[in-house]
Design a protein. Structure first.
Length: 773
């Protein structure tokens, strides 16, 4: 056996070059006792890596760990063994043998602490005193951590308190796992070491985040990368069964990353020291002491030297620095409170004066604002006129703006909803023109849009009294009204939009209208309410390139029919469910049920809406009812029979005979169907002027027949009356852009008339697919 003298405590194999083939060593020491027979003696052998068997004079006096186990046993435990009095040789030397089996490849032996021989009571007392003093310090640190956690709970936005409490608790738990009293818990050694490795990973990151949040610094990309590395290693430690692997990763990967954390920490401190931040001074002093202690303890753990662990004591200085910061904060707060108490009455008076001044200014501003509201409402009132000269048409309107105001004792309201009704004469026929609009924006902004729309509408209506305008058919006049409104709203570059229904109704109840993203119109007929539209066809006024979607829609009101036009306030109701919770209505068919319950009456409808929910927006309605006193004319059976025979002859191809009989029948009884058939036969025979005469009579009596528009336009074109032809073709184009024959005819006429401006204008009405003529 090869014996050599060594110094203990210390690492027997500090480098891999000295790695022995065997993992077992024996330490021997000759001891002489000055024995007191009244004392019990013990050995304190320090921290032995990893398991040991201790003999005195050849007799086993103590052992720790399972021999030849593949798992670590107790490589950080201080060994204290009592010496049986019978084994001590009263005279002469006693041989102490310590047989050690190591766990790590390049470390082992009695590595740390101290070796002592003395009375058992004294050895145990000294050992417990040291460990309990450490626990007292840890209790203080845990209390500090709890205090900072309490501060965070009371004020969640101060996250620095959370990070410091996490750091404190991690520090306390880590140092407890380094304390010898942990073995009293009876927990498995491997799990305690795993917990120790997991906790040590969090210490430096928590300190970094504490300082980062304390001084309100950015979470830099380097910090994020370091945190990601620590998280990955944390997961590895959770599942790794090998302590030696953990120790290697900690020493060679984790601890180098701590250097980068330390650099980030001192960058934060130096930046705030430059700002002369007092907190940075105290923390820099405290953290410097902690870092020095950490370096010493790390070197001790790596067996560079033998030195007691001092981190548990050094951390006290860091807590003192924080205590100074808190004390300064409390002193400053108390000074502010004392100053507030001394000058409270004066400050309250100053604040009251300032508030009164602000209130007066607000009242002045509000009065000016209400004055603006009042003036704007006065401007809108004459524009929202209701003028109807057709007895068969009954018009009712309702407007309720959400914004109410009072100006000099007068109540008023202002908003973007407006209803306008006027009368014009076109082609010697009376028409009632109507508009229901909802301008974008609240209160004054919406009112501005309503004002613009009202001014333009009334201006176009006034121009309709000129002789040139009176010659226009209803489709073209309605198109001109839309184009003028669209061009004005488009000039605001999207800052002013308005949904609107523009329309006109004739004495016979025939309606022409356009719907620019307004809620769908409702037809109430025979006790049943239904929407006239089922899909969006046009965007709001002011929307760019809106002409592509332009279309004039037509339909005929029957006797007793009611047309209801309303803004989106009719749907924007705040309703209550069975649980009592409020919600905004999303059922667009709800208004249909309201109309049917109230039989299409306007003011009962408004009452029904208000009873079922709270109106959350401006709301307006325009109600048009057609009531004709004219009796419906029914053809006699004899006349109907003659017409049926004529239709049969036409189908057989006997056009001449059929036309002769038909013209004879027309002399007896004039009917739109008779003129329509006569016009078609004459059109087929290319008797253009006679065809035009009958087709126009048929269309005048029944303007819903779009094919008659095309036939008249084509016939006028054939006799080279291009001016008349283009009007009839344009009317059909405005109703139905998809009519391919008419579209081709219309643009051909414009080319022949060399009216390229109008052609270019109407090409904008076509989509890319339609733009082929």
């Amino acid at each position: 056996m090869d014996w050599r003298r060594i110094k203990i405590p210390g690492n027997l194999f500090p480098s891999k070059d000295n790695d022995p083939k065997t993992r077992t060593v024996i330490l021997a020491k000759w001891i002489e006792f000055n024995e007191d027979p009244n004392l019990q003696y013990s050995f304190r052998l320090g921290i032995i890596n990893d398991r040991d068997r201790t003999y005195l004079n050849g007799q086993l006096i103590g052992n720790t760990g399972e021999w030849d186990s593949q798992l670590p046993q107790n490589y950080d435990k201080v060994r204290i063994y009592q010496i049986p009095s019978l084994l001590i040789r009263k005279s002469g030397k006693n041989l102490l043998l310590i047989k050690i089996q190591m766990y790590f490849k390049n470390s082992g032996g009695i590595e740390q602490d101290q070796t002592l021989l003395g009375p058992t009571k004294q050895i145990q007392s000294s050992f417990l005193k040291d460990e309990f003093i450490k626990l007292i310090f840890l209790t203080v640190y845990a209390t500090v951590g709890g205090y900072f956690l309490f501060l965070f709970i009371r004020r969640r936005k101060d996250r620095e308190n959370l990070f410091f409490s996490l750091f404190s608790y991690s520090f306390v738990l880590y140092n407890f796992l380094r304390n010898q009293l942990k073995y009293e818990l009876g927990l498995p050694f491997l799990e305690m070491k795993r917990m120790e490795y997991l906790i040590i990973l969090t210490l430096i990151p928590f300190m970094y985040h504490f300082l980062r949040t304390l001084f309100k610094e950015r979470y830099v990309i380097i910090g994020k990368m370091l945190d990601l590395i620590q998280t990955c290693i944390f997961c590895f430690f959770v599942f790794s069964p090998n302590i030696e692997h953990m120790n290697f990763v900690l020493s060679n990967i984790v601890q180098p990353t701590w250097l980068v954390y330390v650099v980030l920490i001192f960058v934060i401190l130096i930046q705030n020291l430059k700002k002369k931040e007092k907190r940075a001074i105290y923390i820099t002093v405290g953290i410097t002491i902690v870092l020095i202690a950490a370096i010493i303890d790390t070197a001790t753990n790596r067996n560079y030297w033998v030195f007691p662990r001092i981190m548990g004591y050094a951390f006290l200085f860091f807590n003192i620095s924080l205590a100074i910061i808190l004390a300064n904060s409390f002193v400053k707060l108390n000074e502010q409170v004392e100053d507030l108490n001394k000058n409270l009455e004066h400050k309250v008076e100053e604040r009251t004066v300032a508030l009164n001044e602000s209130l007066n200014q607000l009242q002045i501003l509000k009065e000016k604002q209400d004055g603006d509201y009042f003036l704007t409402s006065l401007l809108i009132q004459p524009l929202a006129r209701i003028e109807n000269r057709i007895p068969e048409i009954k018009i009712e309107t309702y407007v309720n703006q959400k914004k109410k105001f009072q100006f000099r004792g007068k109540d008023g309201e202002i908003g973007g909803d407006i209803c306008i009704v006027g009368s014009i004469e076109l082609e010697s026929k009376e028409y009632t023109v109507f508009a229901n609009a909802d301008a974008m924006g609240k209160s004054i902004q919406g009112a501005g849009g309503a004002l613009v729309l009202g001014v333009v509408f009334q201006a176009v209506l006034s121009r309709a009294k000129t002789s040139d305008t009176k010659k226009k058919p209803p489709e073209i006049w309605l198109k001109d009204l839309y184009v003028e409104l669209q061009s004005v709203f488009a000039s605001f570059d999207g800052s002013m939009l308005s949904s609107v229904v523009l329309g006109m109704v004739a004495e016979n109840g025939y309606v022409y209208y356009i719907n620019a993203e307004h809620p769908w119109n409702i037809l109430y007929r025979d006790g049943v309410a239904s929407f006239l539209e089922t899909e969006l066809s046009m965007r709001k006024l002011g929307f760019p390139k809106n002409n592509t979607h332009f279309q004039i829609k037509t339909f005929a009101l029957l006797d007793g029919d009611v047309l209801l036009i309303g803004s989106d306030g009719r749907d924007d109701l705040s309703l209550t469910n069975e649980s009592g919770d409020r919600y905004i209505n999303e059922d667009e068919t709800l208004i249909i049920r309201f109309v049917e319950r109230t039989d299409g009456s306007l003011f009962p409808l408004v009452k029904e809406i208000e009873q079922n929910g709270e109106v959350t927006d401006d709301i307006s309605f325009l109600r048009i009812q057609y009531q004709s006193d004219k009796l419906k004319y029914t053809l006699p059976e004899e006349i109907r029979s003659q017409f049926t025979n004529i239709q049969t002859e036409v189908k057989k191809g006997n056009h001449e005979a059929a036309l002769r009989d038909l013209l004879s029948l027309i002399k007896k009884t004039s009917h739109p169907s008779f003129h329509s058939l006569a016009g078609k036969i004459l059109f087929h025979q290319k008797r253009w002027e006679d065809a035009i005469f009958h087709l126009k009579l048929a269309f005048t009596a029944n303007p819903s027949k779009e094919n008659l528009l095309y036939l008249v336009a084509k016939a006028e074109y054939e006799i080279n009356k291009l001016g008349e032809a283009v009007i009839w073709s344009e009317r059909l184009f405005l109703r139905n852009k998809s009519h391919k024959q008419n579209k081709k005819l219309f643009f051909n006429i414009l080319n022949r008339l060399e009216n390229f401006d109008k052609k270019s204008f109407y090409l904008e009405f076509l989509s890319n697919e339609q733009n082929k003529v």
